[in-house]
Design a protein around this ligand. Structure first.
Ligand code: HEM
Ligand code: SF4
Ligand code: SF4
Length: 447
């Protein structure tokens, strides 16, 4: 019997490993479709940023209550994984509580501590769920935010329910296990009562040994299969952030937020126009760029694409966006979600075409994101400031806008007048630079 369990376990482990590997490779390949951008400078500062923002959860505490609740889930996840390691080894080797004989009473303490975390995760995820389903926090509501309709809304709830059920399984499994130890069932290594599950033992009063073993095994398999399913599921979910938050903060932008990326070709043109540079005669430097800005996801940089996969869909950016708050169609969260959706479509396309993308006649700009949305952006950087994992929706908006205006020449009329003024008057207004201080003339007269 034990050997059959071991074989089934190994088969499941192998299948899950293969599925996760395949999916992770596809995500990596779609991210690498993005334009090259060097984010390897200042490794020390990058590492410190990752430690502060991802490991230390610094920006999560901008909203202290959510920060503390999320910290419980986050720390619980990281530490409970030590127990999962034991469960996986038990499954492979056909043992039960492999570490118990080596660690003695410390083992009982450790599992008790994990139970304490499990209860924390259970309570916190329940509150998160209530916040979404009962209290109906505004930034998650599909009625107010179109991008939360359908899968994103469901995804947010599924993952929380999933974690709650997994925690219940582990606590009741421990309780059934200790009851089995008490009745002297062979195979159940004596460990003594654990911190929380001891209070669940009354649930199993009157159960005979067989029923207890069946339940304990059921909960064991349910828990580990649940974790395996979770590992595959997160790669399709906003919960991919549990892995990508770390590299995403490491590779985040180190320059000040207000500093916009210049377009070197355009900067040069302007400098030549102002007599600050001379035209190049070498052919290589005179190559006209294939496209200004970004029309589709692969025109964005790989970091923009990693941002899209890392987004938790929390909506903090949207809740701070002045355009969104004043009823415009723009939502920075939607920009990130659309970019991810486009990448997912490209990924599926590549999968069905032997790893190569076959033109599908669609583009990020136009088919997923509309002109109206990107034109509403004030470039205020509030979304960038708000994001707890250092995602930059503005960078994507700017590149899409540059494409619309410079490549397709589709700026609104009023913007074109402003560009014209900048060109001729070095200011957005219609007045000549010489008239710029006319407004102060009356002060001179008064003096
Ligand atoms: C590694 C283990 C992690 C786990 C298990 C985890 C779990 C969760 C869960 C369950 C939620 C859902 C809350 C909800 O939407 O109702 C969530 C949201 C979130 N997580 Fe994580 N997370 C982890 C790591 C991180 C890291 C490293 C960061 C980076 C700072 C992060 C940032 C966020 C953000 C910004 C949200 C949205 C919070 C909100 O709704 O305001 N998470 N996480
Ligand atoms: S930069 Fe644009 S998208 Fe971001 S908050 Fe400001 S207006 Fe909204
Ligand atoms: S971009 Fe950042 S702030 Fe906005 S929804 Fe995604 S994770 Fe939240």
């Amino acid at each position: 019997m034990a050997i059959i369990q071991q074989i089934i376990f190994l088969a499941v482990l192998g299948t899950v490993g293969w599925l996760v590997f395949k999916r992770a490779s596809l995500i990596r390949n779609t991210i690498l479709l993005g334009r090259d951008e060097d984010r390897t400078d200042q490794p020390g500062l990058r590492f410190a940023t990752m430690v502060r923002i991802a490991f230390g959860q610094k920006k999560m505490f901008d909203r202290p209550l959510i920060g503390v609740m999320h910290f419980v889930v986050y720390a619980g996840f990281l530490l409970i994984n030590i127990e999962v390691l034991e469960i996986v080894l038990d499954g492979i080797l056909g043992h039960h509580r492999l570490f118990a004989p080596f660690l003695g009473s410390f083992y009982t303490f450790l599992i008790g501590f994990f139970e304490f975390l499990a209860v924390g995760v259970l309570v916190t995820c329940s509150i998160f769920l209530i916040r979404r389903a009962v209290v109906k926090v505004e930034r998650f509501q599909p009625s107010r935010h179109k991008e939360m309709n359908g899968w994103p809304e469901l995804d947010g709830k599924i993952i929380l329910l999933f974690e709650i059920v997994l925690m219940i399984a582990i606590l009741t499994m421990n309780a059934a296990d200790t009851v089995l130890q008490e009745i002297g069932s062979t195979h159940y290594t004596p460990t003594g009562d654990f911190a929380f599950s001891q209070f669940l033992k009354p649930l199993f009063t009157g159960w005979n040994e067989t029923s207890l073993i069946v339940y304990e095994r059921f909960a064991w398999w349910f828990h580990i299969l649940g974790i395996f399913a979770f590992a595959v599921y997160v790669t399709y979910s906003k919960h991919l952030h549990i892995a990508l938050a770390f590299p995403n903060t490491y590779f985040s932008r180190l320059t000040p937020k207000g500093e916009m990326n210049n377009m070197p070709d355009i900067t040069k043109e302007v400098k030549i126009m102002l007599g600050l540079d001379t035209p190049d005669t070498t052919a290589a430097e005179n190559v006209i760029p294939e496209r200004f800005g970004a029309k589709d996801a692969p025109d964005l940089s790989w970091k923009n694409l990693m941002d899209a996969y890392s987004c938790t869909e929390c909506g903090r950016c949207t809740s701070a966006c002045p355009a969104n708050l004043t009823g415009k169609k723009l939502s920075p969260r939607k920009i990130m979600m659309d970019t991810r959706d486009r990448l997912e479509d490209i990924g599926r396309n590549m999968q069905t075409n032997g790893g190569k993308f076959v033109e599908d006649g669609k583009n990020l700009m136009g088919d997923y994101i509309s002109n109206e949305e990107i034109l509403a952006c004030t470039t205020c950087n509030a979304c960038v400031q708000e994001c707890p994992i250092l995602i930059n929706p503005l960078d994507i908006i700017l590149q899409l806008r540059r494409y619309k205006i410079m490549d397709e020449a589709q700026a609104p009329g009023s913007w074109n007048a402003m560009f014209q003024n900048l060109d001729t008057n070095q200011a957005p207004w219609k007045f000549s630079p010489g008239d710029r201080f006319n407004w102060a003339d009356h002060l001179k007269n008064e003096a």
